[in-house]
Design a protein around this ligand. Sequence first.
Ligand code: HEC
Ligand code: HEC
Ligand code: HEC
Ligand code: HEC
Ligand code: HEC
Ligand code: HEC
Ligand code: HEC
Ligand code: HEC
Length: 489
Amino acid sequence: MGRKELLLLTAAMSALTLTLLVVIGCGGSGGPIATPPPRQPGQSEQFLQLLPAAQRTATYVGSDRCGDCHDGGHGGGTGKIDVAAFNNTLHSQAGMGCESCHGPASIHNANPTRDNILTYPLVTRTAVCAQCHGPKSAAYDISKHAKIVESVKDEAETNPAVYGKNCFRCHSAAFRTQYVDAKLSSGMSRDDVHAGIVALSDQEIVRTAQLSQESASCVNCHEPHKKTGNLTESGKDKHLMRKVFSMDGTSISPGAPIAQHTTVDHMCGACHNSRGGRNDDTSLNTSTTRPPFHNGPQYNMLLGIGGVEGTGPPVRTTAHSDAPGQCVHCHMPQGRHSFTTSFDLSCQPCHTPGDADARSAIKGAIELQLFSLRTRMENWARGRFNDPDMWDYTSMIAAKQKTAPPQAQVPIEIKRARHNYYFILRDKSLGIHNSAYTRHLLNVANQNLDTLGVGRAAPLPPGRSPDYVRRILQEDIRIGNIAARSEKD
Ligand code: HEC
Ligand code: HEC
Ligand code: HEC
Ligand code: HEC
Ligand code: HEC
Ligand code: HEC
Ligand code: HEC
Ligand code: HEC
């Protein structure tokens, strides 16, 4: 938060004092029911609209009494908040109270129910924080985190027991806040978090689905009630839910249970991981319907975990996985909340902007190598099945309105190669995240095709442009997104 925002806040706080004086001066309770509640610092219309009907006429009474009923520390059961820990935050010290986020509480204090206080799911909306964090919210709003993936939301509403319980752990900010983040934050074990989600009623999930608007909101990354001890790269406590740096790849290793993949103790890796993706030959022979990597295996790529590695030892980690701050260093330089990278800020102090720009030529090179690998797989499929698409997973072929061959007729070499193809493609950074591992996986894939006697393919077909190549690769991502909708676990 900059100086300007603080000034605004201070101004708004004096306005609040003034409003309170006016309210007290008018005798408070005597007014008509329709009187709008007094305004809090920086309060916005969007915030007011979140308040439940029964809270709209309430007035602000301060945080003093909340602790009488809600103090108990985390882990003390539903609705227990550690008030002492809250008082130790910059929020509290800057004069904010519980009502800054939960809305005016005079009615709730007199007659406490869940219906007269802003709570889950609507309290997880970014409009709550946007009251005061304008610039951060504006940056966040242009990111994909600010939107829901509609197809996943639809599936969750129509089949809550499968899609809601599995997909909403990373695809609904509201769901995740309540059933993953708040639970982990209160000290619950990962297994119990999983069991709790499995036990949820369909009705509860449909209710959340209907109100889900964001993929990942402020409170999926920031614990609202306390400091967490998860420090930023520069050593500050910004209430981060999870670590920004971790080289512990156990929970994203190919054998880890799928349920663990949503509780990885890593700020971004908690969602941006492969979610499965066994790479042993037995699994490659049995999991043939779709790429075994979910759409964003970036944390796996950064750590070099999950591709088919062949016999030679791969270089797993590079200077990029060692960068303090990891994803955040490059995607959130200076606290940038659009999650976009830029050569000037993301790549320092290690590269000059010019050096980073020059090195990024690797993206074009990897694109061509991916395309050439794909062409080789097509050439194999032409020879074997007389159809260039038949190297692919069955649901990908189905999405092209064709019938896949029996997968027993697809040799393991193709299965290894297509695994690595999708792993690199879905990472989306085209070699930036982990150039050494990316190159290693391409080599292994090509060696497997050599074994089958498929000739090497030219990087760029005659008469084609890099744009053409990019379109074909993007199309594989797009069809993969459609195929992802039929994933069930
Ligand atoms: C007199 C006791 C009392 C006071 C004072 C009180 N609450 Fe509550 N509060 C409750 C009870 C009891 C519930 C649970 C109601 C239910 O489950 O129907 C609750 C529910 C809530 C919830 C919803 C919890 C959930 O499970 O979704 C929130 C948020 C909340 N209170 C915040 C506050 C805040 C903020 C204050 C102070 C401004 C406050 N409460 C003051 C007793 C109190
Ligand atoms: C910065 C915004 C913010 C502030 C300040 C804040 N809360 Fe919350 N509160 C939230 C959000 C977001 C949730 C939902 C996520 C969660 O459960 O952790 C929540 C959840 C709750 C719940 C429901 C927990 C449950 O079991 O479902 C209670 C009770 C509560 N807050 C009380 C308080 C009290 C009391 C204070 C002041 C000491 C306070 N809050 C201050 C944002 C805030
Ligand atoms: C009523 C205004 C207000 C609301 C609402 C609000 N904040 Fe803040 N926030 C502040 C102020 C003021 C600061 C301190 C400014 C500073 O010095 O950086 C702050 C600081 C922070 C910090 C840095 C904490 C630190 O110790 O450096 C984080 C993180 C944060 N807010 C997140 C949130 C989130 C997430 C929400 C919504 C759940 C939220 N805030 C809601 C006013 C607000
Ligand atoms: C471990 C967290 C996680 C789980 C669980 C998860 N996803 Fe995703 N999903 C992601 C991430 C992260 C992305 C975005 C990756 C990117 O853009 O690189 C994504 C992207 C997607 C996309 C592509 C979105 C687009 O822009 O078209 C679809 C479709 C999708 N997921 C469907 C599902 C379905 C269906 C489920 C449940 C069966 C599911 N996801 C479960 C993390 C998850
Ligand atoms: C995907 C995770 C993520 C989301 C979503 C997110 N933040 Fe952050 N936020 C972070 C991280 C990580 C940092 C620390 C960046 C750094 O290293 O300085 C941070 C820092 C901050 C800070 C402290 C800035 C400073 O310089 O002191 C504030 C305030 C903040 N976030 C508010 C918000 C608000 C408001 C939202 C929602 C509109 C939000 N964040 C959404 C991850 C997130
Ligand atoms: C709660 C789960 C979650 C967390 C935590 C999370 N993300 Fe995401 N992220 C997603 C989902 C889901 C999408 C895709 C949304 C879509 O396709 O519409 C996404 C999209 C993105 C995109 C855009 C990808 C594209 O294809 O344009 C970037 C970049 C990104 N996230 C970076 C990060 C970084 C960096 C962090 C950590 C600071 C992070 N994310 C934390 C769930 C998450
Ligand atoms: C060394 C810096 C660096 C690190 C570390 C890093 N990224 Fe990236 N990331 C990039 C660059 C550069 C791109 C390519 C951006 C582009 O093409 O516009 C990228 C691309 C992405 C994309 C695809 C964005 C899109 O628009 O298609 C996602 C999602 C992503 N990164 C998430 C992550 C996550 C999650 C982590 C941590 C596990 C991470 N990144 C670590 C630099 C980094
Ligand atoms: C923490 C320091 C650090 C940061 C931050 C960082 N890099 Fe690097 N990067 C390195 C080091 C060290 C190497 C390996 C140098 C070598 O041996 O060639 C490297 C290698 C690379 C390579 C591989 C070149 C190749 O052909 O193998 C690319 C591409 C790259 N960086 C791009 C970027 C971009 C783009 C950013 C910012 C978005 C970035 N880096 C951020 C330290 C960093």
